[in-house]
Structures are given as structure tokens and as C-alpha cells.
Design a protein around this ligand. Structure first.
Ligand SMILES: NC(=O)c1ccc[n+]([C@@H]2O[C@H](COP(=O)([O-])OP(=O)(O)OC[C@H]3O[C@@H](n4cnc5c(N)ncnc54)[C@H](OP(=O)(O)O)[C@@H]3O)[C@@H](O)[C@H]2O)c1
Length: 327
């Protein structure tokens, strides 16, 4: 009897410890991943013009809705007309008199980037905010033969930003926001030598973490080049967010998608939560003085040492000019 009760006590201790450990992990996970800062500034953006790439879903769509609510003219720079017109309909239903329009942009085509920039410069006399949000984690090749991830996540936005730079400088004070990722920290070793393999240019840069490392390096170099202007630039990690990108990965898993979707949704941020740091960087006055910084949760975050390497950033700039034909 005494033995049995000792066994029960030991079991209770084990169960109690395991429960406490699971509880602790859940609290830590909530604090480190799910908890986020909401941007609470009530700033009006009446009279401001915004371009946001990849606004047809996820964080871009949530950001576009918020900025439209604040009265900005929001230009959705997207590749899928059908999806984008749905988003415009949703925004107009949610926001009375929303000023939101759709311009075609495919970041996997330098030709498309050039014609988009031309059209913007023809139609808009002032650009207050450029949000390079579109991003991709899929493999493939761009129209110009670059690796798809590096092409869409870096070369396309690099060319787009440079082509719109004179307009942004004329419209100053203005801002540029580049969507990066915590993943940049996991970037393998790389260099920027020109390589071609199986028809793909720069195949050794075919990695999501490398493409996001490039976003941070580009942000630093651009900020240095904009020192004497009133254009500020920053990069943002939005958190781990349940969006179309994650959905695509699950869809590849076929029937598992339905099973795992609720689980993944519950352990990730919503797109609205993911948009908060972008909105903070787009609006908050404090950000203007912090050009070049990497933001996480509405404050300056810690990036990898390599991401702020000045020499590497200069090399990337030169390589990107050559690759995109920017003179
Ligand atoms: N979700 C996360 O956990 C997370 C974490 C860190 C960083 N980020 C970054 O945050 C940004 C937004 O991600 P998200 O999660 O909101 O992704 P998402 O829902 O998959 O949306 C990506 C957007 O980019 C667009 N896009 C893709 N390829 C394009 C191209 N060639 N030309 C123009 N637009 C293109 C997509 O357009 P379509 O609708 O036509 O496909 C879509 O609108 C990305 O830069 C991503 O890398 C996300």
C-alpha cells in the first residue's frame, strides 16, 4: 500500500513536471513568436502616395488596407490581376472612398519593372512611400535568367527602387521599406562572383536566406547613398506569419493541408499582426532618424554581422547594377 502510494506520488511529480515544462515552452513561444506590438499611432496619410509590391495577399494586403484606412492613395503593384481586383474590392468594401488602384508589376521580369516605373513616373507627381513587400520562397528562373528567389526578392526590387529614386527624392521627406526576414541569419557562405549554370545566372545565390541577406545589405548601402537627402530606408522582419507562402507549402502536401492548416494558423501570427512593424516603419516619426536599420516588432532589431558588412554591401550594389543593366 505504502509502495503504491510512493509510485503514485512519483507519477504525480513526473506528470506535474512535464505539464510545467510544456506550460513554460508555450509561454516562451507566445512571448518570442506570437506576441507582437500593435502600431497605435493615429496618423492620417491624406494626400500621401504609396506604392506597395505584392499586395495581392498576406502582409502586403494587410498593410495596404491599413494605409488606405489612413487616407493614403495606395498603388498595389502586383502580377495577378484577378487576385488584385478582389483585394481592391475588399478594401473598398472596408474603407469608404478608399483611393486604391492596381498597376501590373512582375518582379521576375526586368522589362516589367522598367515599364511599371515609367508608368508610375508618368501618372504620379509625388511618391511618399515605397514598400518592397513582394517576396517568394519558390525555386525557378526569372525571365532574365536569374534564380527566381534572388531575382524577385532582390534584383527586381533593387531596379525598381533605383528607377523610382529621383521621384522619391523630389517628394522628400519620403521612405522606402524593404521586407527582409530573420532567415537572413541562416544564410550560408556566398560571394557575388558572376556564375552561370544550366542557363541560370548567379545559381550559387539560389537561397531564401541569401536573398534576404541581400535585402539588408541593399538597405544599408542605399541608406548611405541617401545620406544628404530626406529619404529614409529600413528593412523589416515581420515575424513568423501565416500567409499564402506557407499555404503554398502545405498545398504541396495535398490532403495534409486541411489537417495542418488550423495548427499552423494557431502557432503563427496573422497577416494583420505581421503588418504592424511595416506600418510602424512607414509612419512613425522616430524611424526617420534610424535610416539603414533593421526593424523587428516596431523597434530596431539585431541583424547578423554580415548583413551590415559595408564592403559586401558595395559589392552587391555593383553586381546588382550589372545584373539589372542599371547605369
Ligand atoms: N510570412 C512570413 O512568415 C514571413 C517571414 C519573414 C519575411 N517575410 C517576407 O514578407 C514579405 C511578404 O510575405 P507574405 O508572407 O505576405 O507572402 P505571400 O502571402 O506569399 O505574398 C507574397 C506576395 O508577393 C507577390 N509576388 C510573388 N512573386 C512576385 C513577382 N514575381 N512579382 C510581383 N509580385 C510577386 C505575390 O503575388 P501573387 O499573389 O501573384 O503570388 C504576393 O502578393 C515577403 O517578402 C516575405 O519574404 C514573410
Amino acid at each position: 500500500m505504502e509502495l503504491l502510494s510512493t509510485g503514485v506520488i512519483v507519477m504525480m511529480i513526473v506528470v506535474g513536471s512535464v505539464t510545467a515544462l510544456i506550460g513554460l515552452i508555450c509561454v516562451l513561444y507566445y512571448c518570442c513568436v506570437l506576441r507582437y506590438k500593435t502600431y497605435r499611432g493615429l496618423v492620417s496619410l491624406m494626400g500621401k502616395n504609396v506604392v506597395i509590391t505584392g499586395a495581392s495577399s498576406g502582409i502586403g494586403k494587410a498593410t495596404a488596407l491599413d494605409l488606405a484606412r489612413r487616407g493614403a492613395k495606395v498603388i498595389l503593384a502586383c502580377r495577378n490581376e484577378k487576385k488584385t481586383s478582389e483585394v481592391i474590392k475588399e478594401i473598398r468594401e472596408a474603407v469608404e472612398n478608399a483611393d486604391v488602384v492596381d498597376y501590373h508589376l512582375d518582379l521576375a521580369s526586368l522589362k516589367s519593372v522598367r515599364s511599371f516605373a515609367e508608368k508610375i513616373k508618368q501618372d504620379v507627381t509625388k511618391l511618399d512611400l515605397l514598400i518592397n513587400n513582394a517576396g517568394i520562397g519558390e525555386q525557378g528562373k526569372t525571365e532574365d535568367g536569374f534564380d527566381l528567389m534572388f531575382g524577385v526578392n532582390h534584383f527586381g526590387p533593387f531596379l525598381l527602387t533605383n528607377l523610382l529614386l529621383d521621384l522619391l527624392i523630389r517628394s522628400a521627406p519620403s521612405r522606402i521599406i524593404n521586407l527582409s526576414s530573420l532567415a537572413h541569419r541562416f544564410s550560408p557562405e556566398f560571394d557575388f562572383t558572376e556564375e552561370v549554370k544550366d542557363g541560370v545566372r548567379y545559381p550559387h545565390l539560389a537561397s531564401y536566406p541569401i536573398s534576404k541577406m541581400a535585402v539588408n545589405l541593399f538597405t544599408h548601402e542605399l541608406s548611405r547613398r541617401l545620406t544628404n537627402t530626406q529619404v529614409s530606408v529600413c528593412s523589416v522582419h515581420p515575424g513568423i506569419v501565416y500567409t499564402g507562402g506557407i499555404d503554398k507549402v502545405l498545398t504541396r502536401g495535398g490532403c495534409c493541408r486541411k489537417l495542418f492548416m488550423p495548427f499552423f494558423r494557431s502557432i503563427m501570427r496573422s497577416p494583420e499582426a505581421g503588418a504592424q512593424c511595416v506600418i510602424h516603419c512607414a509612419i512613425d516619426e522616430s524611424v526617420r532618424e534610424l535610416s539603414g536599420s533593421y526593424f523587428v516588432d516596431c523597434q530596431v532589431g539585431k541583424e547578423s554581422t554580415k548583413a551590415s558588412d559595408e564592403e559586401l554591401a558595395k559589392q552587391l550594389w555593383d553586381v546588382s547594377c550589372t545584373a539589372t543593366g542599371l547605369v
